[in-house]
Write a protein that binds this ligand. Structure first.
Ligand code: ADP
Length: 245
């Protein structure tokens, strides 16, 4: 067994004539905060979508903790221990924070009277995550009445309800105010210290550089550089491809 959490080999995906992933081989280590960066359109979200079984790669392989999950359904990927948030934040706007977190763990129950149908322990756990993420005061507030950053924390609370070993975050800082940004960064480090692996797609370079152990840089559907922040910061290919200098 290696300390690799998530590995892809030759992952390729084209949409019509557009090659979104071009033989991407990436390895993320277990127990680390990993970042996946790159210009718009370089394939980062497609990478997440392939890895989580939301779209099927044309070719290539995905291995998680030694297990081939290339053809796994999103449900099976989640069951294997990978949780995921979305760039456009998936919460139920007309449901309270608590009901959102409960619905995240068992989507089948959305139409039922959520709280009544749940065990006390599950409700306590949901409240526990809301508290941990600093949004316990919003427990009865509908998601649509929360700030964008609060909604992102809410989505993360739902993901954490499944106790994922690895968490993929798609632009956690996008559109979030600076105060919440610090909290999100701090939470990632805390949750990582407790043993969770992270892979984070993010454009905010201050955040990426301050919380990542390892950074992979995508350009045109494949990695062009990787390493710790100190190396990536000064890599000429990165500066050229990503920062456009
Ligand atoms: P990133 O997340 O790095 O911005 P994406 O993975 O979203 O990049 O996109 C990579 C390329 O694939 C882009 O050229 C994008 O337009 C294209 N693409 C992504 N998803 C689709 C889709 N569902 N249909 C058509 N083209 C897509």
């Amino acid at each position: 067994m290696t300390d690799q959490a998530l590995r892809t080999e030759g992952l390729t995906k084209a949409f019509g004539g557009v090659v979104a992933l071009d033989g991407a081989g990436v390895a993320f280590r277990h127990g680390q905060v990993n970042a996946l960066i790159g210009p718009n359109g370089s394939g980062k979200t497609t990478f997440f979508n392939c890895v989580t079984g939301m779209i099927r790669a044309d070719s290539g392989r995905t291995v998680y903790r030694g297990r081939d999950i290339t053809r796994a359904t999103p449900h099976a990927v989640a069951h294997a221990g990978i949780g995921r948030t979305f760039q456009l934040c998936r919460v139920f706007p007309r449901m309270s924070a608590l009901d959102n977190v409960l619905a995240a763990v068992r989507p089948g129950g959305v139409l039922g009277r959520l709280r009544g149908a749940r065990g006390r322990a599950e409700v306590d756990r949901a409240r526990g995550w809301l508290t941990r993420l600093g949004i316990e005061h919003l427990v009865d507030v509908e998601a649509r009445n929360m700030s964008w950053g609060q909604q992102k924390l809410l989505e993360l609370a739902g993901v954490l309800m499944s106790d994922p070993e690895t968490v993929l975050l798609d632009e956690p800082a996008g559109g979030v105010n600076p105060a919440l940004l610090d909290r999100i960064g701090g939470l990632v480090r805390e949750l990582n210290a407790e043993g969770r692996t992270f892979v984070i797609v993010e454009h905010n370079m201050d955040l990426v550089m301050s919380i990542s152990d390892h950074i992979v840089v995508f350009d045109r559907g494949r990695p062009i550089a990787e390493g710790p922040p100190s190396v990536i910061r000064s890599d000429e290919r990165v500066l050229g491809a990503y920062l456009g200098v």
